[in-house]
Design a protein around this ligand. Structure first.
Ligand code: MLT
Length: 405
């Protein structure tokens, strides 16, 4: 009889955002007269930039000609996009990343999950708590997380790094040895950022212990505080210990287009193997590249007009974040995040449980949020709100939450 991957049986319930969608659908069905405002999953709402649209239209037209038709592209991405990324996201910041260290993909979520393919199952994995659930669930699927303990809400083999108000939502360097370290800055869900000194301490730890940092920088475009690193490769020594994940989803509204990239430096080796070569082997075997039309659209954000248009959209979302942050603070909630991040992390009132506050806001304010507990035990007592809604909807949501409180 065919055996299934038994690790899947150990996964608790459903994926966080599927569970939220289920609860919201049930509420909407029972109350069709209510208009919900969704500030739950971090999905963008603004239309694509005109430069992106023009580039995609032109690419579609090219595909309709014998000369301009593109079949399978390079699995790693087209040179025009990899070179633009290397030049503008790295070299302009004084970071020497080459085009062949960049792997274009269909999403940072997929890459964060798939990267586990190139690492042994025996590695000890460190994750923040709270954390983007993809890191935890994909390691559990791979058999790297041990058993799920219902009582603590934790996996027995994962090393959890609590990120709480007490430590400024900044994880402490482990005292014991860990092998794979997931870091996400600006952070999902807390919205915290890491300073140069903090990242340097991680890089030094990883190099000293032969660990690898898996650095999720999907929200980099939202950094406003001067001096906060935009990429881990701004830190000396990172090229021998880090892999970075970036996405066009939040930067350029590509959640429905699917385009991201992962940087694996050629200097990064473990067990005598080049991780760049291993990832290349993995991608060329299991992935056939992002559509040509989508990559042309992504490349358009590296033109001056594309850049300006994308920055305008980011400023729009940043303003929403400000409205949420200030509105909830005025309503008496303790809030953090939202300055260098599209996420606002708010403490529930009177020690209320996350899911309880989620339900209260759903029912009394008709606003969908994300319960902090869904990101891990240290997220209990918090909710996350996203700034990716419309301006009017965001202002209305804040008004409704104030009234509900
Ligand atoms: C989130 O809401 O945390 C993200 O949108 C989910 C994702 O990017 O996959």
């Amino acid at each position: 009889m065919t055996k299934i991957n038994e690790n899947y049986r150990k996964l608790p319930g459903s994926y966080l955002f599927s569970e939220i969608a289920r609860r919201v659908a049930a509420y909407s069905e029972a109350h069709p007269e209510k208009t919900l405002i969704k500030l739950g999953i971090g999905d963008v709402t603004r239309p694509l930039a005109p430069a992106v649209i023009a580039a995609m239209h032109a690419a579609v037209d090219e595909m309709g000609t014998a000369e301009g038709f593109h079949g399978y592209g390079p699995e790693q991405g087209y040179a025009f996009l990899r070179e633009a990324i290397a030049a503008q996201d790295y070299q302009t910041r004084g970071v020497a990343i080459a085009a062949d260290e960049i792997f274009v993909s269909d999403g940072a979520k997929s890459d964060c999950g798939n990267i586990g393919d190139i690492f042994g199952v025996e590695n000890v994995v460190a994750v923040c708590d709270p954390v983007y659930p993809v890191y935890v669930d994909t390691n559990a699927m791979a058999g790297r997380a041990g058993e799920y303990d219902e009582r603590s809400g934790r996996w027995t083999r994962l090393h959890y790094m609590p990120c709480t108000a007490e430590n400024g939502f900044s994880p402490a360097i482990p005292e014991e040895r860990v092998d794979l370290i997931y870091l996400c800055f600006p952070n999902n869900p807390t919205g915290a950022v890491a300073t140069r000194e903090q990242l340097k301490a991680w890089v030094d730890y990883a190099n000293a212990n032969g660990a690898v940092i898996l650095y999720d920088s999907a929200y980099e475009a939202f950094i406003t505080t001067p001096g906060i690193p935009h990429t881990i490769f701004e830190i000396e020594g990172a090229k021998t210990c880090a892999i970075e994940f970036r996405s066009f989803s939040k930067t350029a509204g590509f959640t429905g287009n699917r385009c991201a990239y992962t940087v694996v430096p050629k200097e990064l080796e473990r067990g005598g193997a080049s991780l760049n070569a291993l990832w290349n082997r993995r991608q060329t075997t299991k992935f056939n590249g992002v559509p040509y039309v989508v990559q042309r659209g992504a490349a358009a954000i590296y033109t001056p007009e594309g850049r300006a248009q994308v920055m305008e959209t980011i400023a729009f979302y940043q303003n929403n974040a400000k409205v949420i942050r200030e509105g909830l603070a005025a309503a008496g909630l303790t809030v953090s995040g939202g300055t260098d991040s599209p996420y606002v992390w708010a403490k529930t009132p009177d020690g209320m449980a996350s899911w309880g506050f989620f339900d209260l806001l759903l029912q009394k304010a008709n606003v969908v949020t994300t319960p902090g507990a869904g990101f891990g035990p240290s997220g209990e007592g918090y909710i996350r709100l996203t700034a990716f809604g419309g301006a009017e909807a965001t202002a209305e949501a804040v008004k409704r939450i104030k009234e509900a409180l």
